[in-house]
Design a protein around this ligand. Structure first.
Ligand SMILES: Nc1ncnc2c1ncn2[C@@H]1O[C@H](COP(=O)(O)OP(=O)(O)OP(=O)(O)O)[C@@H](O)[C@H]1O
Length: 371
C-alpha cells in the first residue's frame, strides 16, 4: 500500500470520528476511579465503563488548548495503529464534554517506564531486551505505515499527538530534551523541516541507553554538551576509546549504538536493524542479571507480519462506520470479558496480543508500560 492510501485511511477515520463525536456526561457512563496523570494538554483518568464493567484510561484534552483537528488526528492515528500488540489498545470510543475532547485507551497497568528503571543502574539486560524488542516492533509497524512518532519515551507506544506522516513539513519545536536528534537541536537551521523516521531511530537509541544504564547519555545533542561532544568524537572515529559511560557495553552493542545514533541522519540505520544484535550480549558486566541465555531473546525476528494489508484497514474503517454512540454501548472494537479486560477484536494481530493462536508465535510477552 502506498503512503497516499495510508493517509486516505487516516482521513476517513478522522471524518467518521468527527461525525460521531457526541456530547456525553462522563459520570453517567463511567465510574471515575482515579487520575492516572496529567499531560500538557489535559489529564488521563482511570475509569470503569458502567455497562461493560471494563477498566479504561480516558484521555481528556482541554478544548481551550486543543484544536478539534489535532484531537481527531491523535485519536485516528491511535486507532489506526492499535492492531499492533505493542501499541496501546483502543476501544473505538471518542466523545466530548463541555470542556474536553475525550477518547478511551487500554489501561496500561505497569505505569511509567522511568518508575521501573533503577536510576544510575538500569534494567537487567534480559528485561531491557524485552522492552527494546517490543518498542522496535511497534516503531517498525509505524514506520511501515509511513508515520513518524516524534515523541518516543515510552515502552508500550502510546500518545500519538505528535505523530505525522513521513515527509510532511512541520515547525521546529522550541526546547530540546535528551531524546531530540542533533539535526533538530540546532536552532540555527531553518524553522521548518520534513518529518523523517530517522528522528525516531535516534530517540530509540537514546531510550535504549537509558534502559540499560539508568542515565541519559547527554542533556542535549549539541556541541556545548561535553558528553555529546565526547560521543561524537568517538562516533566519528577521531578517538579509539569509547567515552567512559559507554565502556560498559560489549563491542556488538557499541556497533549497534553507532548505527542507531549516527550523527548524519541519512546514514542512520532503520529501527529493525536492532533485531540483528539480539543474539549478542550487550553488557560486559555480568552482575546486572546479564549472565546466561536469559539475556538473549529466543528469536530475533519480529513476531508478526508488520506489513499492513488493505483489507485490515478496510475492516477498521468499516467497524468505525457502524459505530454508533460507542461511548455508551459496546463498541465494535472490543467487548467486555469476565475479568474486565478487552477481548479480542478479531484481528489476528490483536488475537496474538491476548495469547490466542493465529498462526503466529509471540516471542516476547507484552510489557505494559507507558511513560
Ligand atoms: N493508557 C494509560 N494507562 C495508564 N496510564 C496512562 C495512560 N495514558 C497516560 N497515562 C498516564 O497519564 C500521564 C499523562 O499522559 P498524557 O498522554 O496525557 O501525557 P504525557 O505523554 O505524559 O505528557 P505530554 O502530553 O506532555 O506529552 C502519563 O504520564 C501516564 O502516567
Amino acid at each position: 500500500m502506498n503512503s497516499r492510501a495510508h493517509v486516505d485511511v487516516l482521513e476517513e477515520l478522522q471524518l467518521i470520528a468527527a461525525q460521531n463525536l457526541h456530547k456525553l456526561d462522563v459520570n453517567k457512563h463511567y465510574e471515575v476511579v482515579r487520575e492516572l496523570g496529567k499531560g500538557t494538554y489535559g489529564k488521563v483518568d482511570l475509569v470503569v465503563h458502567r455497562v461493560r464493567g471494563t477498566k479504561m484510561a480516558l484521555k481528556f484534552l482541554r478544548k481551550k488548548s486543543t484544536k478539534l483537528r489535532s484531537f481527531l488526528r491523535e485519536y485516528s492515528v491511535s486507532l489506526y495503529l492499535s492492531p499492533c500488540p505493542f501499541i496501546i489498545d483502543m476501544y473505538g470510543i471518542a466523545f466530548q464534554t463541555n470542556d474536553f475532547y475525550v477518547f478511551a485507551q487500554e489501561f496500561a497497568t505497569a505505569g511509567d517506564l522511568f518508575d521501573i528503571i533503577p536510576p544510575q543502574v538500569g534494567l537487567p539486560e534480559a528485561v531491557a531486551k524485552r522492552c527494546v524488542h517490543q518498542v522496535a516492533i511497534a516503531l517498525d509497524y509505524l514506520h511501515c505505515k509511513k508515520l513518524v512518532h516524534r515523541d518516543i519515551k515510552k515502552v508500550k507506544l502510546s500518545d500519538f499527538g505528535m505523530t505525522r506522516r513521513a515527509g510532511s513539513p512541520v515547525k521546529r519545536v522550541s526546547g530540546t530534551i535528551p531524546y531530540t536528534a542533533p539535526e533538530l537541536c540546532d536552532a540555527s537551521r531553518q524553522d521548518t523541516f520534513c518529518v523523517d523516521s530517522s528522528t525516531d531511530v535516534w530517540a530509540f537509541g537514546v531510550l535504549l541507553f537509558c534502559m540499560l544504564t539508568g542515565n541519559f547519555p547527554w542533556e542535549k545533542a549539541m556541541p556545548n554538551d561535553v558528553f555529546y561532544e565526547e560521543f561524537v568524537r568517538w562516533q566519528r572515529r577521531r578517538t579509539g576509546n569509547a567515552p567512559s559511560q559507554w565502556r560498559r557495553f560489549s563491542d556488538e552493542a557499541l556497533r549497534m549504538f553507532r548505527r542507531l545514533l549516527c550523527v548524519d541522519k541519512d546514514r542512520r540505520c532503520s529501527v529493525k536493524e536492532v533485531f540483528s544484535y539480539f543474539n549478542h550480549f550487550w553488557m560486559l558486566d555480568t552482575e546486572n542479571g546479564n549472565s546466561g541465555s536469559g539475556a538473549v531473546l529466543a528469536n530475533s525476528a519480529p513476531p508478526f507480519d508488520i506489513s499492513s494489508s488493505s483489507s485490515e484497514e478496510e475492516t477498521l474503517v468499516d467497524k468505525l462506520k457502524h459505530q454508533s454512540l460507542s461511548a455508551m454501548m459496546d463498541s465494535p472494537f472490543s467487548s467486555a470479558s469476565a475479568n474486565g479486560s478487552p477481548a479480542s477484536t478479531g484481528s489476528y494481530e490483536r488475537a496474538n496480543r491476548e495469547g490466542k493462536e493465529g498462526g503466529r508465535i509471540l516471542v516476547a510477552t507484552p510489557i505494559e508500560i507507558c511513560v
